[in-house]
Design a protein around this ligand. Sequence first.
Ligand code: GTP
Ligand code: ZN
Length: 225
Amino acid sequence: MDLEKQLKDIEAMGNDHIGSSTETPMRTDAFELSDIEKIASIKKDIQNIMHTLGLDLTDDSLKGTPTRVAKMFVQEIFGGLHPDRRPKASTFENKYKYQEMLVEKNITLYSTCEHHLLPIVGKAHIAYISNGSVVGLSKMNRIVDYYAKRPQVQERLTMQIVKELQQVLNTEDVACVIDAKHLCVNSRGIRDIDSSTVTSEFGGAFKNSETRREFLDYIKLDTEF
Ligand SMILES: Nc1nc2c(ncn2[C@@H]2O[C@H](COP(=O)(O)OP(=O)(O)OP(=O)(O)O)[C@@H](O)[C@H]2O)c(=O)[nH]1
Ligand SMILES: [Zn+2]
């Protein structure tokens, strides 16, 4: 069997849970192991990868890497897989009767591409029009961070952020634009360091071209990373 075919077969074995919704594809038993148990298990997997690559795991600089990577996966870069870490975004009454759109722009975004497990680095821009309630500004950054801390595709991340804010604010009138660099494109494969990916999701009033234009004018996509 050629290598390409073998790799395809290995890939297919892990694809039994893939759905087409905006939800991150998770198995029903995703949280049966505690975080500590997950760290112990991933530590062994990383040890195995490093061993297979021929690295000497008794070397001073390498010996702590399996534990370090396992902790980083579970507690940091994939920490947003756990619903317990979903930010509490309490809302307040829009007592100022502010009726225009509110834009939170240039939200720093660090995520991980689910195809190669390499970083996605960029900016998210969010807008909403209040339907009677408002949310603390930092909660928008926290929602971006929570969904970013998962293996992601940028399209799904953009939609998850909008869906969450629509629920929190009880309105369809929410939009998000993400402009991000994928290291899987920039540092390997095609190795195009300059390209970035722009995705958008426009809910409710933002489907109207004038409202959408106003939001896009505020954020002017000259993003620097
Ligand atoms: N739609 C989408 N694609 C992504 C995202 N991140 C990475 N990709 C792409 O997903 C694809 C992965 O599938 P393959 O074509 O099997 O990967 P590959 O053989 O490593 O491809 P190359 O990157 O072209 O070497 C690549 O083309 C990536 O550029 C994302 O957020 N959204
Ligand atoms: Zn990738």
